[in-house]
Design a protein around this ligand. Sequence first.
Ligand code: URA
Length: 194
Amino acid sequence: MREAAQHCRGCDLWKNATQAVFGEGKPGAEVMLVGEQPGDQEDLQGRPFVGPAGKLLDRALEAAGIDRDDVYVTNVVKHFKWEPRGKRRIHKKPSAMEIAACRPWFDEEVRVVKPSVIVCMGATAAQALLGRNFKVTQERGKVISREGIRFVATVHPSSILRAPDDQTRHAEMAHFIEDLRVVAGQISGHRKAA
Ligand code: URA
């Protein structure tokens, strides 16, 4: 699938991207973390969450007691959508059509990995997977069961990087870690029940 996604022409995003960035992690991982789309670094390196948002995610996972090696990390859209600003490539939000075009890849990842908990990070992932009226601000940190899979929604780690000052950033990071602890509780509970 990883190889096939490189040839995907389901929408036009491939034209300006370096490569498709497929999910990665342990097959059979209990937790699948889902973001929006690869960023600049991810596009260049071909791996999800390796840029600044990924570094923050790694710290939060560790603080919540979740080993990144035990999770599968992916995005609802596999190509980087961007527009130039000077020399920089600025992230652009994917459209509903682009998200829908990419959905078969995500559904296959779920079918193969079979996670017991899917963590939607940010509104794009949450609304794609839990419905377009889903409000992350109201529903974050709650366990939501759908078709035999548990979902937990939380903010996107890059929203924490955009916090206006240190105090807000620390508070938002603490809240993000709290949401990930809910996820950690779900997997240890699952192991006990098994
Ligand atoms: N933001 C995302 O949503 N996904 C990545 O892989 C990197 C940044």
